[in-house]
Design a protein around this ligand. Structure first.
Ligand SMILES: Cc1cc2nc3c(=O)[nH]c(=O)nc-3n(C[C@H](O)[C@H](O)[C@H](O)COP(=O)(O)O)c2cc1C
Length: 214
């Protein structure tokens, strides 16, 4: 097996210049996200979501980005899960995308809010019926005795909702929006001299771009 300490890539695909990035980081994100979509990545919208306990202990996991706009970056989850509970008490999060094929990373930090019930309803009902039932079947992040518990829950729900066309959204399942105050675009460059441009949100609502040392 190859020695882990010998694993390294030299990044040569591109660069990131202050003069050519968009002055609005959401527009810059849209450009990069489109390029990720065009690059045949398996899950271009997969992102690491970091949250923290009220006393500052970090936790992280992958979730799927389900929308973004000037208002922020949206994902869906169980509000009673570990992340959900942490975000309700300590509503700050960090998101990280790695698009390794493009030699790119994006980091987003900000305050978090719950989506309105109507927004969560709309997304919930756009999901396949099986996924809707799974949201009911799974008490996300709770310890369960075995896999059968899940399958029994799901089978009972299938019976319960067999004649129902519109399955109600569980009140404990919905979206969160990360409202960014900082977004970093990272482009790998040769010999570890990578490009890092960070947009900081100013008090007046404008974004300021700074270059950070790699
Ligand atoms: C590719 C991928 C996508 C995922 N998408 C989501 C998601 O959108 N929402 C979600 O709640 N969990 C998602 N998960 C599962 C989470 O990583 C995690 O296991 C789960 O949400 C429980 O996390 P928690 O106990 O920290 O709350 C995804 C996992 C993977 C690997």
């Amino acid at each position: 097996m190859k020695n882990i300490s010998d694993l390294r890539q030299n990044y040569t695909l591109g660069g990131l210049e202050e003069a050519t990035v968009d002055s609005n980081p959401i527009k810059q994100f849209a450009t990069w996200f489109q390029e990720a979509l065009d690059s045949d990545l398996l899950e271009p919208n997969a992102m690491t979501l970091a949250t923290a306990t009220p006393d500052g202990k970090p936790t992280a996991r992958i979730v799927l980005l389900k929308g973004f706009s000037d208002r922020g970056f949206v994902f869906y989850t169980n509000y009673k899960s570990q992340k959900g509970q942490q975000l309700i008490v300590n509503p700050y999060a960090a998101l990280v995308f790695l698009w390794d094929k493009l030699e790119r990373q994006i980091r987003i930090e900000g305050k978090v809010e719950q989506l309105s019930p109507i927004e969560s309803d709309n997304y919930f009902h756009s999901r396949p019926k099986a996924s809707q039932l799974s949201a009911w079947a799974s008490n996300q992040s709770q310890i369960i005795a075995n896999r059968q518990v899940l399958e029994q829950n799901l089978n009972a729900l299938k019976d319960q909702y067999s004649d129902t066309t519109r399955i109600p959204r569980p009140k404990h399942w919905g979206g969160f929006r990360v409202i960014p105050n900082q977004i970093e675009f990272w482009q790998g460059r040769p010999s570890r001299l990578h490009d890092r441009l960070v947009y900081y949100l100013q008090d007046n609502g404008n974004w300021q771009v700074k270059r950070l040392s790699p």
